[in-house]
Design a protein around this ligand. Structure first.
Ligand SMILES: Nc1ncnc2c1ncn2[C@@H]1O[C@H](COP(=O)(O)OP(=O)(O)OP(=O)(O)O)[C@@H](O)[C@H]1O
Ligand SMILES: [Mg+2]
Length: 406
């Protein structure tokens, strides 16, 4: 489905254009100010944007420049719609990076024809660019602490890096108590706190590069601050800026989220392609998961975006999978068995279990990393296959032949 975003402060104009574009088979999104527009663009990445010039918070030219400056949004076709038809306004539109200009009032047929032409041109461009260039973002979340968020996030990030050999970033957004760097035995040379003391708009890719820690497995880590009190200096704007910057540089982003619905958490959840909602087999955890699901529903997240992961973080008898599914009214996608000694050793050694390829538990996390990989990647085997990829394929073949026998 082709998505078009219209940004206009007039509700009537939005209705008028939406009707005409829907008649052409496009899916319409609308924003009435610049902030809303940028939020939608970063989240949805529309196929084309129609921008009004005069908006309550920022003007259409500014939005246009912001889109062109970000590699993730630089290719989106932009048509400016404006009441000014003088030559200076037209020049301003083109100078700020717009592809086209339509003066109000306009004939709907003309707008429809121009939109069609720009979308056709952009899609032939996109076809030439490598497919699957978009980053894939996975958020690991629970409203209850201690259910294994970090364990899954760390193993997933290392598993993805090993499978595909592509740039993979683990972002620890649990600012108060995050331990992801420790789980990789990485020295806390730099952390989020170094970014928190900067003006968000001034943070660029070079600064980000300097703050990121690198692990030999191929995972990059943006670590939580050393001290809890440093968390206070990091604002929502910092988080949005960083999440925006990483899109151009990474193929996979894994986010270790805190157990709340703070603005930081919401920024991560909104942006995620997949949310892995962790639940332990106890009543309190299931109740938290149920609350989280109803908030997700209110936020308009699709059913496919959210997947339930049942983690047996304790060994004694817990709630049955069926009971949990009944309460949550959603199937459990994946079950992680209890593995106490293995995870304690992994933590002590600072080596995620997925990197201990000879262990059975590593196979589980490797398979999960494959399961949550980009669909584009799974369709085409990599040119050079990694050892992790070969192991995953081998296990998958074995499972298939066992299924055939039974
Ligand atoms: N499947 C499992 N089997 C055994 N122990 C587990 C399992 N999953 C997690 N644990 C253990 O539970 C503890 C909490 O895990 P982890 O730190 O990953 O959770 P968290 O949700 O990130 O916690 P926090 O709220 O502190 O951020 C750790 O000691 C971890 O080793
Ligand atoms: Mg944690």
């Amino acid at each position: 489905m082709t998505n078009i975003l219209i940004v206009d402060d007039s509700e009537i104009m939005i209705k008028f254009v939406n009707k005409a574009m829907r008649a052409e088979g496009y899916e319409m999104l609308a924003a009435q100010n610049g902030k809303e527009a940028l939020e939608i663009i970063n989240r949805v990445h529309p196929d084309l944007a129609l921008l009004d010039v005069v908006l309550p918070d920022m003007d259409g030219y500014e939005i246009c420049r912001a889109l062109r400056a970000n590699p993730f949004t630089a290719q989106i076709p932009i048509i400016m719609l404006t009441g000014f038809s003088d030559i200076d306004s037209r020049l301003m539109a083109f100078e700020s990076g717009a592809d086209d200009f339509v003066a109000k009032p306009f004939q709907l047929e003309e707008l429809q024809a121009r939109v069609k032409a720009h979308i056709r041109r952009a899609s032939s461009y996109a076809a030439r660019v490598e497919t699957g260039i978009r980053i894939h973002r996975i958020a690991v979340f629970s409203l209850r602490g201690g259910v294994g968020i970090s364990t899954l996030a760390v193993n997933l990030a290392a598993g993805l890096a090993q499978l595909w050999g592509e740039a993979t970033l683990l972002v620890d957004l649990a600012f108060v108590n995050g331990q992801d760097a420790l789980m990789f035995d990485l020295t806390l040379r730099n952390t989020w706190a170094d970014l928190g003391c900067l003006v968000p708009e001034e943070i660029d890719a070079d600064i980000l590069e300097k703050v990121i820690l690198r692990h030999p497995s191929g995972v990059d880590v943006l670590a939580a601050p050393r001290r809890a009190e440093e968390a206070e200096i990091i604002q929502e704007k910092h988080v949005q800026r960083i999440l925006e910057l990483v899109q151009a540089r990474y193929k996979y982003l894994v986010m270790d989220l805190p157990h709340d619905f703070s603005p930081t958490t919401l920024a991560g959840l909104d942006l995620a392609d997949n949310i892995l909602l962790l639940v332990a087999p106890d009543l309190a955890s299931v109740r938290c998961a149920s609350n989280a699901l109803s908030v997700f529903k209110g936020l308009g997240y699709s059913d496919e975006k959210v997947q339930i992961v049942l983690n047996w973080n304790f060994g004694t008898s817990g709630l049955a999978r069926k009971e949990i599914e009944k309460v949550l009214q959603k199937p459990v996608s994946v079950v992680i068995p209890n593995m106490p000694d293995t995870l304690v050793t992994a933590l002590t050694m600072g080596k995620p279990v997925v990197l201990e390829s000879e262990r059975a538990e590593a196979a589980l996390f490797e398979d999960l990393a494959y399961f949550w990989s980009k669909e584009d990647y799974k369709k085409i085997p990599p040119a050079v296959t990694s050892a992790a990829w070969q192991r995953v394929m081998e296990r998958s073949k074995r499972r298939q032949s066992q299924q055939k026998k039974t």
